[in-house]
Ligand binder design. Structure first.
Ligand code: 5GP
Length: 176
C-alpha cells in the first residue's frame, strides 16, 4: 500500500473467509425458505456480497443501491442520498441488506428507513464489520462478522479515496 501511514493487517483473508462462512451459515438457517432479495450497498459491499452469496445455497435475488456518505475522505458528512436506486420491488419481500461496515450508523439508518417505507415483509442487516464505538444513530446489526476498533480500515472492498478495494485482506490505516 502506498499511503504515508503505515498499514497493518487487521483481518487476514483466511479470517475473513471464516467470518463469511459463519455469517452464511446463520443466514441460511434463517432464510432458506424465504427467497429473499439481497441488497448490497455500493461500493464497499461488492466483494463481501459476492463471496457471501456463493455460500448461500437457496434461491435469492440480488440488487444494489448506491448511497453517498463519505466525500472521498474519512469523515461522514451526516448527509445521505440515493445516488443509484433499486430496480427490484421491495414491497412484500424479505429483504437482507449487505453492508461492508457500520460506523456512525448514519448511512444504514437512512437506508433502513428508506426501505421500511416501501413495506417489506421483513428487513434485516448483515455487515462484515461493525464499529460500535463510533455510533451516532442506533442501528441493529442482525448478522455481524467482526467488531472493529475505532480505526480506519481498507481492503476487501473498502477504500481510502477510492483505492485499496482490491486488497484481499483488511488493513488498518494507522495515523488517523
Ligand atoms: P456510517 O454512515 O455508518 O458512518 O458509514 C458507513 C459507510 O462509511 C460504510 O459503508 C463505508 O463505506 C464508510 N466507512 C465507515 N468506516 C469506514 C472505514 O473504517 N473504512 C472505510 N474504508 N470506509 C468506512
Amino acid at each position: 500500500m502506498n499511503t504515508q501511514s503505515k498499514p497493518r493487517i487487521l483481518f487476514s483473508r483466511v479470517e475473513v473467509e471464516a467470518a463469511v462462512r459463519r455469517l452464511a451459515a446463520d443466514i441460511t438457517r434463517d432464510y432458506q425458505d424465504k427467497h429473499p432479495l439481497v441488497i448490497g450497498i455500493l461500493k464497499g459491499s461488492f466483494i463481501f456480497m459476492a463471496d457471501l452469496i456463493r455460500f448461500l445455497d437457496f434461491p435469492l435475488e440480488v440488487d444494489f443501491i448506491r448511497l453517498s456518505s463519505y466525500g472521498g475522505g474519512k469523515q461522514n458528512s451526516g448527509k445521505v442520498k440515493v445516488e443509484q436506486g433499486l430496480r427490484s420491488q421491495v414491497k412484500g419481500r424479505d429483504i437482507l441488506v449487505i453492508e461492508d461496515i457500520v460506523d456512525t450508523g448514519i448511512t444504514t439508518a437512512f437506508l433502513i428507513g428508506y426501505l421500511q417505507q416501501k413495506d417489506p415483509t421483513s428487513l434485516k442487516l448483515c455487515s462484515l464489520m461493525d464499529k460500535p464505538s463510533r455510533r451516532k444513530i442506533p442501528v441493529n446489526v442482525d448478522y455481524s462478522g467482526f467488531i472493529v476498533p475505532n480505526k480506519f480500515v481498507v481492503g476487501y472492498g473498502l477504500d481510502y479515496d477510492e483505492k485499496y478495494r482490491n486488497l484481499p485482506d483488511v488493513y488498518i490505516v494507522e495515523g488517523d
